[in-house]
Design a protein around this ligand. Structure first.
Ligand code: SF4
Length: 343
């Protein structure tokens, strides 16, 4: 296995892209980059990473910053739970480790938002410890290289791949090797149409030999449909301002700004639901449109309705009248940005 690891590593040293998190071995910066890179393209991450590190250069600065500001720096990246977990983990590092980033797998993997992949990436890249870091890209590369026909969504297969990766790590080069596998998956062994003619392990690759690159990896579909939820979203305008809601922590998109929304019901009205949930009397106006937003585990179907306040009343303290100029400064996630685009 070491020959495969060495071939991939040598290719990486000659072909690697110059990315800002590759010029450091600071575990804090590696951690931030790895969390940002989950679910997000490299090109997009670069700018966010540079701005984030400029404002929050170390664990202490991040831990001491208000959560709202951290979320603001995350605005547009999506999957906001990642930013919340970064903030929580930074505070835990301050209290448990006196601000020093931990150095063992057990200590790192128990921080919020850090799983086996991220722990492996931090330990190998920042500390050069021989830990495998197996994400979707690495599963694909190894499944093809080794001709694995097992379902890569299964834990058992992930463990097999982790063992294979560990055996490939060239002596004393864990950090560069982890990055070399990621780079091979990103640039050469891509999901469809892998560029085998450019691949440094073509002569050692089972899928290339068997011409099975396009059927590997095997990923069984769960068969579970993603549930849809129907909502009314109220666009309440008064004197050029729009009513926004600061969403409760425990809700989806919690601690972010949205518009007042209630579940659509057969035997109730938007007005009744808004009164019950927010304590505001609204008068329903025209329908502005339909917006759908797909999360990883659910879909929101939102009917957007223009409303005006029907009476003064004790409204929820979570509501806030915002000028359009203020929207830029508030952490408003994409689902609600789409709604605001209807105005
Ligand atoms: Fe992937 Fe092709 Fe390289 Fe095999 S030869 S690892 S399928 S790019």
């Amino acid at each position: 296995m070491k020959d495969k690891g060495t071939s991939i590593l040598n290719w990486y040293m000659e072909n690697k892209r110059d990315l800002p998190w590759r010029n450091t071995s600071d575990p804090y910066k590696i951690w931030i980059s790895e969390i940002m890179l989950q679910q997000t393209r490299v090109d997009t991450v670069i700018e966010y990473y540079l701005r984030f590190i400029d404002r929050f250069p170390d664990v202490q600065t991040l831990a001491e910053a208000p959560m709202e500001e951290v979320l603001n720096f995350w605005k547009g990246l999506g999957y906001y739970s990642r930013a919340k977990n970064l903030h929580k983990a930074a505070n835990l590092i301050m209290t448990r480790h006196a601000g020093k980033f931990p150095e063992t797998y057990e200590e790192i993997a128990c921080l919020p938002g850090i799983g086996a992949y991220t722990a492996g990436a931090i330990l190998s890249i920042a500390y050069n410890q021989p830990y495998p870091a197996v994400d979707g890209n690495v599963l694909r590369v190894i499944a093809r290289l080794e001709g694995l026909e097992a379902d890569i969504t299964q834990e058992k297969t992930k463990k097999t791949v982790s063992r294979l990766v560990q055996d490939m790590i060239p002596e004393g080069r864990a950090g560069d090797f982890t990055q070399s596998l990621m780079e091979l998956g990103a640039l050469v062994c891509i999901p469809s149409g892998p560029r085998c003619e450019e691949c440094p392990v073509r002569n050692l690759c089972t899928a290339f030999r068997n011409e099975s690159q396009n059927v590997l990896p095997v990923r069984k579909k769960s068969g579970q449909p993603v549930p849809e939820f129907l909502f009314w979203v109220a666009v309440v305008e008064e004197k050029g301002r729009i009513l926004l809601e600061y969403r409760k922590d425990e809700t989806l998109l919690g601690q972010l700004w949205g518009l007042p929304m209630v579940e659509k019901g057969m035997d109730t009205t938007l007005e009744e639901q808004m009164l019950k949930k927010y304590g505001i009397w609204l008068m329903r106006g025209e329908v502005l449109g339909e917006v759908s937003h797909v999360f990883s585990h659910r879909i929101w179907q939102m009917e957007v309705i223009k409303c005006s306040p029907a009476a003064e009343g004790p409204a929820s303290p979570a509501l806030y009248w915002a000028d359009p100029e203020e929207w830029m400064d508030l952490a408003i996630p994409t689902a609600f940005q789409k709604v605001l685009k209807l105005l």
